[in-house]
Design a protein around this ligand. Structure first.
Ligand SMILES: [Zn+2]
Length: 454
């Protein structure tokens, strides 16, 4: 079957282009990962899910994909939080990374091929900073090393900002050692109480931007196919990554395609730690399951905003129940093809709302008796990371507030069958009422009773 032409919106030229790999035998993808000082909220979960879908699609189309997502484990927010709690940054970042991985697993995200930690790549950062100094793109000042922004004329291309705008934007509290207000930190000094590493410029720590330039180079080379991240990273983070990498490697591009996911909003306002309007993944996982959250995050096309609400979660749960009902429990032939219309939707800049709508059409076909649509539904849903369970596992899923476990439910159902066999219908009804009170729905078939939660 011919490979579909993938089209992605590229932030660099602000248009949707046909994706042309640098090397079709090896697709290379880098996505900025979390700064691990605290639990992630649903806004941070969006890029995890969006770029997981992208990686799944790329792997379906191409034979070999390397997906790298870093962990930023050195940062002033991390230092401050560790000091506040009286623990080492390593303890804080290990703990937070473990929570992050649990959240990713709950969201059904496949781990990236490499997940480098910034603190394991300090040597690479120092080497890149030395190259930038040698090439005349960086300078040392008072224990800091700064990128010399005016030395890189293409600065501002990704974010579409002119140098004049940038200069005006950088006016506040300019450090006296900066040659230009736009210059940004590659390396900064650490005092005795702050984590630091030895460097040619004294004991210090890297700036955030150089981390991603060094780590992407280590795993993907100087120029790679796709760089992703949230919309809020375009400026200054990605703009700065580009000038560091291009200036150090003497290339005109760092990544061919730049993809950015939109914000998760609450009543139209961006969800963020600073605004305090956030819902953490752990809070949400107490109320619903990861697959429901994943489904709701895919209900909007990734570039647009996605408004968070508990109603949307309820709708996603109902939508998934509908799909699982069609899927059933019978074994599925995983050699089945992915549906053409579904693949076309996903290939068009990850149009997940259209792809989800197509899954519901496939489910309707199954419900009307088209058995061939069933494996196609399963295989297609797999590209979105959905429907990985069986119907029974989905409907039996235990919610914390049910107050009844599977074995007790089955025991009550057995008692009810016996009561009915004994023609003790009052007792049978009493048992059904008890199960209903726990949110369990029964469906009597000829030779068995099927149950589900909710
Ligand atoms: Zn980054």
């Amino acid at each position: 079957m011919p490979k579909p032409a993938l089209r992605f919106y590229n932030t660099l030229n602000r248009q949707k282009d046909i994706f042309t790999p640098i090397d079709p035998d090896h697709i290379r993808l880098y996505v900025c990962g979390p700064t691990v000082y605290d639990r992630i909220h649903i806004g941070n979960a969006r890029p995890v899910v969006v770029f997981d879908v992208l990686a799944r699609l790329l792997r379906y189309v191409y034979p070999n994909v390397t997906y790298v997502r870093n962990i930023t484990d050195i940062d002033d927010k991390i230092n401050a939080r560790a000091a506040e709690r009286g623990i080492t940054i390593r303890k804080l970042t290990n703990e937070t990374t473990k929570y992050f991985h649990n959240d990713c697993r709950a969201l059904g995200a496949i781990p990236p091929d490499h997940e480098p930690r910034a603190t394991d790549h300090i040597d690479g950062m120092i080497a890149m900073i030395e190259t930038l100094i040698t090439r005349g793109h960086a300078y040392e000042a008072e224990g800091h090393v700064l990128f010399d922004v005016p030395s890189f004329p293409a600065y501002g291309k990704l974010s579409g900002r002119s140098t004049d705008e940038l200069r005006a934007g950088a006016r506040v509290e300019v450090a006296p050692y900066k040659k230009s207000a736009m210059d940004f930190v590659l390396w900064k000094p650490s005092d005795d109480d702050t984590p630091g590493w030895d460097s040619p410029w004294g004991r210090g720590r890297p700036g955030w931007h150089i981390e991603c330039s060094a780590m992407s180079r280590a795993y993907l080379g100087e120029v790679f196919d796709i760089h992703g991240g949230g919309l809020d990273l375009i400026f200054p983070h990605h703009e700065n990554e580009i000038c560091q990498s291009c200036a150090a490697h003497d290339h005109t591009e760092m990544a061919r395609v730049w993809m950015h996911n939109g914000y998760v909003t609450v009543s139209g306002e961006k969800m963020s730690k600073s605004l305090g309007n956030f819902v953490t993944m752990s809070e949400l996982l107490d109320k619903t399951r990861g697959e429901v959250i994943r489904h709701s995050l895919l209900q909007a096309q990734y570039r647009g905003p996605l408004d968070f609400s508990y109603d949307a979660m309820t709708e996603s749960e109902a939508a998934l129940s509908g799909l699982y009902r069609a899927l059933g429990d019978a074994p599925i032939d995983m050699d089945a093809p992915v549906d053409d219309a579904f693949l076309e939707a996903l290939s068009d800049d990850l149009n997940t709302p259209l792809a989800l709508a197509r899954l519901h059409q496939l489910a309707n076909m199954v419900n009307r008796g088209d058995e061939a649509a069933r494996p196609v539904l399963k295989r297609s849903a797999e590209l979105l990371g959905l429907l990985s369970d069986t119907a029974t596992a989905w409907f039996h899923h235990s919610r914390q507030d049910d107050g009844i476990d599977d074995a007790s439910i089955q025991a009550l159902i057995d008692q009810r069958r016996q009561a009915r066999a004994d023609r003790n219908f009052a007792e049978a009804d009493k048992i059904r009422d008890e199960l209903t009170a726990h949110g369990i729905t029964l469906e009597d078939k000829a030779d068995e009773t099927i149950w589900r939660r909710g």
